[in-house]
Design a protein around this ligand. Structure first.
Ligand code: ADP
Length: 330
C-alpha cells in the first residue's frame, strides 16, 4: 500500500508516493517558489521529469495541485496515509507519531525551537488533514533519532537554568537520514546489530555527522538549531559565538542580521564567494580559484576533525558512512 510523504517548507513542498513494502517510489516532486508568479510543480516518474506552472499558488493551492496530479496518476485513492517531515520535535518526541490534536499542540510548542521550519511543517499537516479527511497522518521528526543522546552529549556548558527554562540543549537533526544509512551500512558491512560503532556523515546542503552505537545516536554535530557543527553550503557550522556581537558592532547592524549571514551567506558560499554548490566549488578549485580551493580544504578539514571527535563517545570506529549529495558523489 502506498504512502504519501510530504516535506512542507517555507517556500516549497516536496512530495513522493512510495510503496514502503517493495520499496518503490511511484512519483516524487516539488512545488516551488510558492506565492510567486513563477511557482511551479515539477515531478519525476521513473526518471522522466515533467513540470507545470501553478502561478501565484501558495501552500494550500500547491498541495491541491499535488492531489490533482496524484488523481491523474491514479495514486490518490487507496493511500495508507500521509507522512510529514517535521523538523523540530524538541525533547518531546523520540519517534514518529500518529498525528492527534495533542501531538499537533506539542509540535506547536516546539515553534520557538524551530521558527524557520515548524510553522510550514504544521501548515502542511493542516492542509493534508483537510485534503485527506480521516486518513492516518504521521509526523516524522528530524530530532527524534537523537533523543537517545546522554546528558553529557546534549547539555551545553552554559547556565544550567537555560535548559529547563528555554530548552537550550543539543537536539541534532537529519535523524531520519542518519538512522536509515546506519541500518543500511550494518547490513552492507555485515556488522552485528547488537555491537557496532559507526559515524554517519550526511553531507547535503545542510551537513551533520552522528555517532551511532548499537543502533542509537550517542552524539551528533548539529545542536539547538541546524547551524552548529561542520561547515555547510551556506551555513558556517560552529564558530565563536562572540563573532555575532563583534561584527554587529563593526557593521552597525542588528545581531539578527549577522546570525542570518551565518545561516545563509557563509559556508562554501561565504568562503569561495562563488556558490554553495559543491560541484561548482570543486570545479573552480581544480581550475585554480584560490578561495574555492580554501573553501574545499576547510570543508574537508572541519569534517575530518568532527568525525575524529565522534570516535570519543564510540570508543572505536567500525565504519564511516557517507550520504547526501556531497557524501554520495564527491
Ligand atoms: P539537500 O540537503 O538539499 O537534500 P543534496 O543532498 O541534494 O541536498 O546535496 C546537495 C549538494 O550535493 C550540493 O552541494 C551539490 O553540489 C552536491 N552534489 C551533488 N552531486 C554532486 C557531485 N556529482 N559531485 C559533488 N557534489 C555533488
Amino acid at each position: 500500500m502506498n504512502v504519501l510523504v510530504l516535506n512542507c517548507g517555507s517556500s516549497s513542498a516536496t512530495f513522493a508516493v512510495i510503496d514502503p513494502a517493495v520499496p518503490r517510489e511511484h512519483v516524487s516532486g516539488i512545488a516551488q517558489r510558492l506565492g510567486q508568479p513563477e511557482a511551479s510543480l515539477d515531478w519525476k516518474i521513473d526518471g522522466v521529469k515533467q513540470s507545470r506552472t501553478i502561478a501565484g499558488a501558495g501552500h494550500d493551492a500547491a498541495l491541491r495541485e499535488v492531489v490533482a496530479l496524484l488523481r491523474e496518476l491514479g495514486l490518490a485513492d487507496g493511500l495508507l496515509g500521509v507522512g510529514h517531515r517535521v523538523v523540530h520535535g524538541g525533547a518531546k518526541f523520540s519517534g514518529s507519531m500518529a498525528i492527534t490534536p495533542e501531538v499537533l499542540a506539542k509540535v506547536e510548542e516546539c515553534i520557538p525551537l524551530g521558527p524557520l521550519h515548524n510553522p510550514s511543517n504544521l501548515l502542511g499537516i493542516r492542509i493534508a488533514q483537510e485534503l485527506f479527511p480521516g486518513k492516518l497522518q504521521v509526523a516524522v521528526f528530524d530530532t527524534a533519532f537523537h533523543q537517545t543522546m546522554p546528558p553529557v552529549a546534549f547539555t551545553y556548558p552554559v547556565p544550567y537554568e537555560w535548559l529547563d527554562a528555554h530548552g537550550v540543549r543539543r537536539y541534532g537533526f537529519h535523524g531520519t537520514s542518519h538512522r536509515f544509512v546506519a541500518r543500511q551500512a550494518l547490513s552492507l558491512a555485515g556488522l552485528p546489530e547488537a555491537d557496532h560503532a559507526l559515524v554517519t556523515a550526511h553531507l547535503g546542503n545542510g551537513c551533520s555527522c552522528t555517532a551511532v552505537r548499537n543502533g542509537h545516536s550517542v552524539d551528533t554535530t548539529m545542536g539547538l538549531t541546524p547551524l552548529e557543527g561542520v561547515m555547510m553550503g551556506t551555513r558556517s557550522g560552529s564558530v565563536d559565538p562572540a563573532i555575532i556581537g563583534h561584527v554587529a558592532g563593526a557593521l552597525g547592524q542588528p545581531e539578527k542580521k549577522i546570525l542570518d549571514a551565518l545561516n545563509k551567506q557563509s559556508g562554501l558560499l561565504g568562503v569561495s564567494g562563488l556558490s554553495n554548490d559543491m560541484r561548482t566549488v570543486e570545479e573552480a578549485a581544480s581550475n585554480g580559484h584560490v578561495r574555492a580551493r580554501l573553501a574545499l580544504d576547510i570543508f574537508c578539514y572541519v569534517l575530518a576533525k568532527a568525525i575524529a571527535a565522534l570516535v570519543v563517545p564510540l570508543g572505536r570506529l567500525d565504519a564511516l558512512v557517507f550520504t547526501g549529495g556531497i557524501g554520495e558523489n564527491s
